[in-house]
Design a protein around this ligand. Structure first.
Ligand code: NAI
Ligand code: MG
Length: 327
């Protein structure tokens, strides 16, 4: 029996979560769901965007499914990542049929460091001249994320890992990143390694994205490159993510609460369904994850029941039920 924390959150977060749990219910999983509140509505009702009780539920669970928060996202999801020490942010970039993907043959993973770099907000401050932010690169955190990327490659039959940095300009911080990248790479002789500057990588993602298998990079670069990757494969309704730590993990669609379409049944549940699939793989339910993946792929291939973002006129639950019928 797995304990799964479920945080639907705000707007379409609630809709795609309901649809996803509906599909998971057909997979005969021994899941004990613990629902918890967080987000804008929660803040209105109980004065806190992320109540202590929610944090306790997440901490005592094997994994967490998260829908989306609204304006309080920074207080909710960024804080959850920090409190739970979720150091690895994984964003798969994969093309599916009948979507607006610019390329139909992409399948790579972006592994982003989630705890330091330029995103340690406590180091940002105003100065007499303007404002300043520090870029923190520690040996421990970078070694951990690069090791994670190589292990991911090994476990998922990927033959190459690409380290992305700007060591020609950021000589100390990214000089260290590059040094650690090759130290770690030397422990994985069966996996090819290469490194590129981040600006060149941004271009290669457009000119030859098929050449990537696993990209590992620091926090800010990973944030930007992964949105570029999302653009390559057809947008937010399709992109899942995982946040992995040593003592927990949280799975969420990359999109937010989408107030422009919330409450109308227009949201595409696939990003949330694929996030649930990542959770199934994380806890070792690979067969059921494959089953879910095949069902989603079949629905997209047939192209009969699609939400409006994919050019169809089905609603959130109709798409989910179609996936369910293919399991
Ligand atoms: P958003 O991701 O909510 O929406 C961007 C656009 O994509 C909208 O036009 C929306 O309708 C569309 N979209 C998003 N997901 C979709 C889906 N599943 N199906 C069909 N269309 C979809 O980002 P936006 O508009 O920048 O932010 C809205 C709110 O969400 C803000 O309050 C923001 O703070 C919050 N947010 C929360 C995140 C989180 O909880 N992790 C992440 C990003 C934004
Ligand atoms: Mg981002």
């Amino acid at each position: 029996m797995y304990k799964i924390a479920v945080i639907p959150g705000d707007g379409i977060g609630k809709e795609v979560m309901k649809a996803t749990i509906n599909v998971l219910d057909s997979l005969n999983l021994s899941f004990d769901y613990n629902y918890a509140d967080a987000g804008d509505e929660c803040k209105e009702e109980c004065d806190e965007a992320l109540p202590q009780e929610t944090l306790e539920i997440v901490k005592s669970s094997d994994a967490c499914l998260f829908g989306a928060a609204g304006e309080t996202a920074a207080d909710v999801i960024v804080r959850l990542r920090q409190e739970m020490k979720l150091f690895a942010n994984l964003r798969p970039i994969k093309s599916y049929p009948n979507t607006n993907a610019l390329f139909d043959d992409l399948d790579f993973m972006i592994v982003r460091e989630n705890t330091e770099g330029l995103y340690k907000s406590e180091t940002e401050e105003y100065t007499d001249e303007g404002a300043i932010a520090k870029r923190i690169i520690t040996r421990d955190a970078e070694e951990r994320i690069i090791n994670y990327a190589f292990n991911y490659a090994k476990d998922n039959n990927k033959s190459k890992v690409t380290g992305v940095h700007k060591a020609n300009v950021l000589k100390k911080t990214d000089g260290l990143f590059k040094e650690i990248f090759y130290e770690v790479a030397s422990k994985y002789p069966d996996i090819e390694s290469e490194d590129f500057y981040v600006d060149a990588t941004a271009m290669y993602l457009i000119t030859r994205p098929q050449s990537f298998e696993v990209i590992v990079t620091t926090n800010l670069f990973g944030d930007i490159l992964s949105d570029e990757g999302a653009g390559l494969v057809g947008g937010l309704g399709l992109i899942p993510s995982a946040n992995i730590g040593e003592n927990g993990a949280l799975f969420e669609p990359v999109h937010g609460s989408a107030p422009d379409i919330a409450g109308q049944g227009l949201a595409n549940p696939i990003a949330m369904l694929l996030s649930a699939e990542m959770m199934l793989r994380y806890i070792g339910e690979n067969e059921k994850a494959d089953k879910l993946d095949n069902a989603i792929l079949t629905v997209l291939k047939e192209g009969k029941v699609l939400t409006p973002d994919l050019g169809g006129n089905a609603n959130t639950m109709e798409l989910a039920n179609e996936v369910k019928s293919k399991l």
